[in-house]
Ligand binder design. Structure first.
Ligand code: SF4
Length: 322
């Protein structure tokens, strides 16, 4: 089997919480707690879960925008998790990010051309300004915008167009891996599918690999090859898309999927209502972190954390039911 483009092993991020007038560190928010997965060349791995489950923190650690507490991030065979800024600089252009909020992620004082040029300048990719201009126009064309848009400012564009500009910026340095952090959740539903289709076309044409982070399983279904489900800082289930949607094993995945609307009204499915809120990662429940909301919870679930294991071919989950 081919080697993964990215391998994440036992990744952790614990944020210290300071207390008292001496700012003593007393507790840790376990935002990401022992997360492992791989992403192969040319595929899209969807990472799904409720707000606060650690999926965005995971994405940001891969870009080293947040330093991991522990674990390994192996990109193209090299562990980047402990690299210094100087060591990681040449690799930075290979991993880029598309941000959630197309309104906040573009500098309002810069023209679209300047925004897209930023990574080209940072990575010293063009000496000749005419060549760089040509590349900017090419990138605008790739995301369905026109070259004259390069002299306009972000406020002159709609949300969908701004996200296209964000995508052009992410593509500028010819990355291999793109972390897309909720890239369509701020957009109207009608625009969401246009942006998702664009991302799929670009993936096919440019041989891109995506980590696609979202809270909505219906969005992830459209674009992913495999899907990982996160709950309270941990991956609770991961498998290929069809298996996950046809045969979800973890009760949390089953509940999330039961809330996804089905286009055919003749197919009836029972909605599983999750009781209560997601517990605080400052004080996660003992045993299985999902036991406070799980209707299948048994005594063992309250005491012992289930092992994350392969229960069917390439279908992993962490649950005492299997
Ligand atoms: Fe539910 Fe127990 Fe499985 Fe956790 S381990 S998901 S509480 S059945």
């Amino acid at each position: 089997m081919a080697k993964p483009l990215l391998e994440v092993k036992n990744l952790k991020k614990y944020f210290p919480v300071k207390k008292g007038i001496l700012n003593k560190k007393e507790k840790f928010v376990r935002a990401v707690d022992n997360v492992s997965f791989e992403i192969y060349n040319g595929e899209t791995l969807g990472l799904v879960g409720e707000s606060g489950c650690g999926k965005s923190t995971t994405g940001r650690m891969l870009l080293k925008l947040i330093e991991p507490t522990d674990g390994q991030i192996i990109f193209q065979g090299k562990d980047i998790s402990k690299m210094t800024d100087d060591e990681i600089r040449p690799l930075r252009k290979d991993i880029q990010m598309i941000f959630q909020d197309p309104y906040a992620s573009l500098n309002p004082r810069m023209t679209v051309g300047e925004i897209i040029a930023e990574p080209l300048i940072v990575h010293n990719m063009y000496k000749d300004s005419e060549e760089m201009k040509k590349r900017i126009h090419e990138l605008l064309g790739m995301v369905g915008l026109s070259s004259y848009h390069s002299v306009r400012y972000p406020h002159e564009f709609s949300g969908g167009q701004r996200q296209r500009i964000g995508i052009a910026r992410a593509l500028a340095a010819k990355p291999k891996l793109i972390i897309a952090d909720e890239p369509v959740s701020a957009l109207d539903v009608s625009i969401q599918s246009q942006v998702l289709n664009l991302m799929q076309d670009l993936q096919r044409d440019l041989d891109l690999t995506y980590l696609f982070i979202a809270h909505d399983l219906s969005v992830v279904e459209h674009i992913s090859d495999r899907v990982g489900v996160m709950y309270l800082g941990k991956i609770v289930e991961i498998t290929d898309k069809d298996t996950l949607y046809d045969n979800p094993l973890h009760p949390y995945t089953q509940a999330l999927l039961s809330a996804v609307p089905i286009p055919n009204p003749r197919i009836k499915k029972k909605r599983i209502i999750l009781e209560g809120n997601i517990p605080s990662p400052l004080n996660p429940p003992r045993g299985c972190a999902f036991h406070t909301r799980c209707k299948h919870a048994k005594d063992i679930c309250k005491k012992i954390a289930p092992e994350f294991k392969e229960v069917e071919d390439r279908h992993f989950t962490a649950c005492h039911l299997y």
